[in-house]
Design a protein around this ligand. Structure first.
Ligand SMILES: *Cc1c(COP(=O)(O)O)cnc(C)c1O
Length: 431
């Protein structure tokens, strides 16, 4: 199986986190997001333990809430001692509603509005990750109005493409996030921040991208950032006390994806950072990472019911389900791969189907060319694995389809973390 929290009972029924998927589908209805709470917690602990082993108290993993955000998720993050990275007032509000401590929220984003800045300051958000000089000035003014000194990190663009960086080592300078080192703008950004009376510039942030599998991407990032930290100390007398290297470790969606040994990667990056800062005569900074996908992806599974099966002789077969791009737009957006399983039986005689959704859009494909039992038919349950990240978070109401419920699995129990939307909910904002 693609993840070790998925198995099959002797009667063929799929089990997720030790519970029967067809039984959960019958109890809660479909389409349905299932989330393995124990797996979310163990993924958090994997980061926490590795950070503690490498840095003692000098590091904190931040959960990137954009991967999957609702109140119960933030309660779990609070209990697991994680920080969180938030990218909007909506995420901050959700975290605070859940009782998540404001001082452990890091507010990201390249497009923060004046209202966003005011909201975050008024709610005591601990850290801003300032993306650009305009935000810097506005934040300084608003902090001054409140008579506070706001802690910030500055978002720097190190210029690495995590997927092709071997070929173009100075690529990715032209992204919309942060301020580039290569153009000299980043140094000026730091200089400007140092002059801001109401901002405490504690350090730097960078994020090279998502689905990182290559072992040395973060080490290359550390090389570039430490080199820049040295430049800042020598040129400006600025000491980087906090370094945030972003998120991005990849997860396995299909069998051909590599397995990432995250604790081993964290140890390598820590050793590398120690060595490089020592060589540069810099203090070891407080270390932050922002994993999203690798905390929640393998804790998620989506369950559907087949509405119809269509065979077009000489062409292809479709299995149409009761959800689709509205609950999982990732194949439509960027051809994301998923492992698809029949939830009730394995089936020896198999056939190839395009698993498609119910939205009025021919591009509404969850996954093309999946192997399912040849006799798959209306009423059967289908599971799509590894949907914990960027699925519920990206869900829409296109075609006025209500969003599915999110059901958490904990030990032998299950409970609703987000209830299913109703048709009344869909009209709730209409006048
Ligand atoms: C998306 C993002 C993350 C999380 O990335 P994952 O691939 O989900 O780990 C962290 N930090 C920033 C700035 C991001 O944009």
């Amino acid at each position: 199986m693609i993840a070790n929290n998925i198995s099959r009972a002797p009667d063929g029924a799929l089990r997720f986190a030790g519970q029967s998927v067809p039984a959960l589908a019958a109890q809660y209805g479909t389409p349905l997001y299932l989330m393995d709470e124990d797996r979310i917690r163990s993924n958090c602990r994997m980061y926490r333990d590795a950070f503690r082993a490498c840095y003692g108290d000098g590091a904190l993993p931040l959960y990137a809430g954009k991967a999957c955000a609702f109140k119960q998720m933030y309660r779990i993050m609070a209990e697991e001692g994680m920080g969180v990275d938030a990218v909007s007032v909506g995420e901050i509000h959700t975290a605070l509603e859940a009782g998540f401590p404001a001082e452990r929220i890091y507010f990201h984003g390249d497009g923060k509005t004046d209202a966003d800045i005011r909201f975050a300051l008024d709610h005591g958000v601990g850290w801003f990750i300032v993306d650009n000089p305009g935000e810097l000035e506005q934040l300084n003014a608003e902090a001054g109005r409140r008579g506070i000194r706001q802690k910030i990190l500055l978002r720097i663009t190190p210029g690495i493409d995590p997927h092709t960086y071997r070929a173009i080592s100075t690529g990715m300078v032209d992204v919309k996030f942060g301020v580039a080192i290569e153009t000299g703008q980043a140094r000026e950004f730091v200089r400007a921040a140092m002059g801001m009376e109401h901002l405490e510039t504690a350090g730097l942030h960078c994020h090279v991208g998502s689905s990182v599998f290559d072992e040395d991407v973060f080490q290359r990032t550390v090389d570039i950032m430490v080199c820049f930290m040295k430049e800042l100390r020598d040129a400006l007398g600025f000491v980087t006390r906090v370094l945030n290297v972003g998120g991005g470790y990849g997860v396995r969606y299909v069998d051909s994806d590599p397995q990432t040994d995250i604790p081993a990667r964290i140890r390598e990056v820590a050793a590398h950072l120690r060595q490089k800062t020592a060589e540069a005569g810099l203090p070891l900074p407080y270390f932050l990472m922002e994993p999203g996908r690798s905390i929640v992806a393998d804790a998620g599974m989506t369950v559907y019911t087949v509405s119809t099966v269509k065979h077009i002789p000489g062409y292809k077969s479709y299995a149409v389900v009761d959800g689709g791009m509205t609950d999982n737009p990732r194949y439509c957006l960027y051809g994301a791969k998923y492992t698809v399983l029949h939830a009730e039986r394995d089936g020896h005689l198999r056939a190839i189907f395009d698993l498609v959704g119910r939205a009025c859009e021919s591009g509404d494909v969850i996954q093309p060319a999946v192997s399912l039992p040849a006799d798959t038919a209306r009423g059967d349950r289908i599971a799509v694995c590894t949907t914990g990240a960027y699925n519920y978070a990206m869900a829409s109401n296109y075609n006025r389809l209500p969003r599915p419920a999110v059901v958490m699995l904990r030990g032998k129990e299950s409970y609703i973390a987000v209830r299913r939307e109703t048709v009344e909910d869909l009209c709730a904002l209409d006048v």
